[in-house]
Ligand binder design. Sequence first.
Ligand code: RFL
Ligand code: PHB
Length: 391
Amino acid sequence: MRTTVGIIGAGPAGLLLARLLRNAGIDAVVLEVRDRAHVERRQRAGILEQGTVDALRAAGAGARMDREGLRHDGIELRFDRRRHRVDFPALTGGRSVTVYPQTEICKDLIALHLEGGGPLLFGAEALAVEGADTGRPRVRFRHEGREDVLECAYVAGCDGFRGVSRGAVPAGIGRTFEQRYPFGWLGILAEVPPSHDELVYARHDRGFALLSMRSPAVSRLYLQVPEGTDAREWSEERIWRELERRFETADGWTLRRGPVTQKSVTSVRSYVHEPMRHGRLFLAGDAAHVVPPTGAKGLNLAVGDAVTLARALAHERETGSAALLDAYSATCLRRVWQAERFSCDMTTLLHRAPDATAFEDRLQLARLERVTSSRAAGTDLAEAYTGFPLE
Ligand code: RFL
Ligand code: PHB
């Protein structure tokens, strides 16, 4: 099998890249280890920056997002049983975010890709990227019980944090930067209208909690839990009781309960692999970097990488110049490190470390007071949360 760009992974990075390359007249093959139903149901991100919304629209993949996406003009920060709204348009000169689930973006992009004739192979596991630093890279993969080889001009490693493509960068060339946190997130999906019309980020002595949503009828909620927690330890009753405690306010706000349809634990980590390129292999999305979910940046970074890579490949095709491909890693990493900074700040602002001292607790409350009472500090948060325009 032969193509111009071999794309490993049909998450948002790989799917959007495939769409953008198709629009630019560059052929690509997508290999995805899981089946279509799994990719379309996997619960993940929900918050899109304006740059992400614009990129999906420009790719011709924004029709349903424009109909069903919910515009959010702020978030609530909750601490000490009090509620504080961060007003995005007022602080940023008009910017906001859109709530449209990652599952729906993937469904839209998969449908478009298959309508256009694919090729997108589900159940195709990439085993290794070979010859990345030669003129003829190859992806060895297994599909329907048989091993095959995809010969390409370029390989895009869009296979997420646990994929194989990052492993093709020799240890002496790549460098990784990592930070672990001593907690994870227990996430649930519940068949109940969201209890608030905007997201609520709550800091509590018992740990962080987040109220989010998937639609006007479906809530998405998260609890900070100790690292290594097994979701089966948490019954529905225990989850709702804990959420009620952490969201409790002095003004009697109430949390609506409903049937829990999904429950899982996600680890919280910061990770960057530099550079994001080795020869003709380009890493994009979670394959190259992971942020803690508190800043809602992971999906937005994946989209940013796909846009930058597609533009660079199209530029090379049109002009013969590899200048944008050569700049790919540095261009993305500037954005990535800003997102790492913000996501780490939001995480330490809102989570309670198991060994936090009384001094650290007071400092955390002082930071929250500052961000909710100073226009300058609020603007800093609002600008980073709503995102900067894509370069
Ligand atoms: P993905 O989505 O992980 O997709 C990678 C794809 O590659 C496939 N794959 C392989 N295919 C073939 N051969 C192999 N050997 C393969 N190995 C893996 C996988 O099956 C998969 O389909 O990576 P991508 O495209 O880089 O996208 C990244 C985003 O998914 C991720 O950053 C976000 O979901 C992070 N994230 C959030 N981001 C936001 O911007 N806003 C949010 O509100 C937000 N909330 C979240 C999140 C992530 C979460 N979890 C579960 C990690 C909330 C949570 C709970
Ligand atoms: C989500 O809706 O899944 C979500 C929203 C905001 C975050 C993280 C996750 O910061």
